[in-house]
Ligand binder design. Structure first.
Ligand SMILES: Cc1cc2nc3c(=O)[nH]c(=O)nc-3n(C[C@H](O)[C@H](O)[C@H](O)COP(=O)(O)OP(=O)(O)OC[C@H]3O[C@@H](n4cnc5c(N)ncnc54)[C@H](O)[C@@H]3O)c2cc1C
Length: 495
């Protein structure tokens, strides 16, 4: 239970990759491929990603990055920049630069670099006056202080977070009415002096097995009725909490080399369903409790969603640029780069990339002070980006398939360059502008984007990780400034 002491600030700032890996060697209860994992840092299918993230964490210390990826806090401790509360437009731009740098390390294929959750946590802590309204205005101050304490704990100890926001669906009609199923959804079953006891399941924590902590925050659509009170809360726990079980999907990291599986051998973030088996959540780890009307708007009202969308837009820019780079390299190698149809397809991806860049620029340039006296990027361009990308990315994958065709399948392995068929492979896989080994490497990369299990999961991730597209579109419609536009119609019709 030592980890639950959130005023333990012993680490004081950014960790090393080694410290991160050591932290994962605890008694977490993770299940994959039908059995319990002994050590996630040494488990096939999980370990490569853990080591990739450790490498990223180390990079924060490099002279090249340290000044723009970290900051010195008031105590003189060096912390990750996403934790810094922005107080100016320049601060917003600096955040954007740091998100983009982290994103480029994986070309956008590592969705849950810690900056994503750090940005959200910073927003909740610096908008704690929102949480003070909690417990019908009576106990909210304590909850708000819990949030600030937790933020400082994570920030000073450089903890890696995941989050789970969604209950499993039992019946969609029930879900549309803002209800959750008592059979499957996470709910409070008891209060004790020490805290609350929760039971049930939550979807789908990306990076869960390789995170230090999990935020269990509210789903956004919960009707404010008394029977929904047990489902309304926000809290955080260490992954290695008694009663917490993580059930992983199949891993797409099949132990191949970086040559054979350039992306899945590096960035296979696991997704896990989280089971809470009578888990005790200590009071000091609870930030909202029993109030659907407080929980529902929380991400929006604290501006956490704006800061998260900012990080995501930077990540998607890096990913889109990578797609352009891959596609142009592929067509150059075969001499198709002069072909009008080919250029038209890639121009579509370039235009999507430039749209994300323009939206990001617009959001940062129009950054403004929020109701808490902090700065946020302009929300609407980022809303546009997050609504477009679930359609953009699958189209990019489709274009890569159209460009790659059978070459995405004609991909001998690294070992074939060193066995008795190596002469065949050297001769028959060359392109006019690329020797055989480099051609195979390139198309193995394209395969990992467009065809492999890893690639398919990425496309699904882009469609859903920010929530159901129908709900995101609905909230986009509601937020849109429509009145003046309708007035123009009225005025034309009344002329
Ligand atoms: C790869 C991946 C990683 C993820 N990682 C995380 C994570 O780390 N943390 C986390 O909390 N969540 C994560 N998610 C879960 C994500 O939040 C959900 O997938 C998303 O909210 C949709 O919920 P669902 O999957 O239960 O789909 P369902 O709710 O079952 O939706 C199924 C379909 O119904 C539509 N639909 C849903 N509600 C409505 C409605 N009210 N009106 C009309 N249509 C509707 C959806 O758009 C979708 O097409 C992840 C998802 C994926 C695929």
């Amino acid at each position: 239970m030592d980890d639950l002491v959130i005023n333990n600030l012993s680490n004081k700032g950014i960790r090393t990759g080694k410290q991160y890996l050591e932290g994962l060697r605890d008694d977490r209860n993770v299940w994959i491929h039908g059995r319990k994992v002994q050590d996630v840092t040494n488990e096939n299918g999980l370990k490569s990603c853990a080591h990739t993230l450790a490498n990223f964490i180390d990079r924060q210390h490099e002279p090249k990055y340290i000044n723009h990826l970290t900051y010195l806090d008031d105590d003189g401790d060096r912390c990750a920049l996403a934790f810094k509360t922005p107080k100016s437009k320049e601060d917003i731009k600096d955040r954007g630069k740091s998100y983009y740098e982290w994103a480029k390390w994986s070309n956008g294929y590592f969705g849950r670099t810690p900056d994503y959750k750090n940005a959200s946590l910073m927003s909740f802590a610096s908008a704690s006056t929102f949480l003070e309204k909690g417990i019908k205005g009576q106990g909210g101050k304590v909850m708000a202080q819990n949030m600030v304490n937790y933020y400082n704990y994570v920030r000073k100890n450089d903890k890696v977070l995941t989050h789970t926001l969604v209950n499993p669906t039992y019946n969609h009609q029930q879900g549309y009415k803002g209800k959750f199923s008592e059979k499957v959804a996470l709910q409070v079953i008891k209060e004790t002096d020490a805290g609350i006891i929760v039971n049930g399941a939550r979807l789908l924590a990306t990076l869960g097995p390789l995170a230090d902590e999990i935020e269990v925050f509210p789903s956004t659509v919960l009707k404010a009725t008394p029977d929904n009170i047990p489902f309304a809360f926000a809290f955080a726990l260490p992954i290695a909490t008694k009663g917490l079980r993580l059930i992983c999907r199949d891993s797409y990291d099949l132990g191949k080399s970086h040559f054979d599986a350039p992306l899945s051998s590096r960035y296979e973030e696991m997704d896990a369903v989280i089971i809470f088996d009578n888990v005790l959540v200590p009071w000091e780890r609870i930030f909202m409790y029993g109030e659907p009307e407080l929980c529902n708007p929380a991400f929006s009202a604290t501006n956490a969603v704006v800061h998260m969308m900012h990080q995501v837009a930077c990540l998607k820019l890096a990913k889109s640029e990578f797609m352009v780079g891959l596609m142009t390299s592929i067509v150059k190698a075969s001499g198709r780069d002069k072909d009008l149809y080919t250029k038209g397809l890639i121009a579509e991806v370039m235009q999507m990339t430039e749209s994300i860049r323009a939206l990001l620029f617009s959001a940062e340039e129009q950054a403004h002070e929020d109701q808490f006296g902090n700065y946020i990027p302009l929300r609407y361009p980022l809303e546009t980006s997050r609504n477009l990308y679930p359609r953009m990315y699958p189209r990019m994958v489709e274009i890569l398939q159209l460009l790659g065709a059978s070459s995405l399948m004609a991909t001998p392995s690294e070992a074939d360059f060193a066995n008795e068929i190596s002469e065949d492979v050297e001769k028959y896989f060359q392109l006019s502008n690329l020797d055989s080994k480099n051609r195979v490497a390139m198309f193995r990369l394209a395969h990992d984007v467009a065809i492999s299990g890893f690639g398919s999961r990425q496309a699904l991730y882009e469609r859903y990780f920010f929530g159901p597209p129908a709900l995101m579109a609905s909230s986009y419609y509601d937020l849109y400034n429509k009145d003046e536009l309708m007035e123009r119609i009225d005025s034309l019709l009344s002329e």
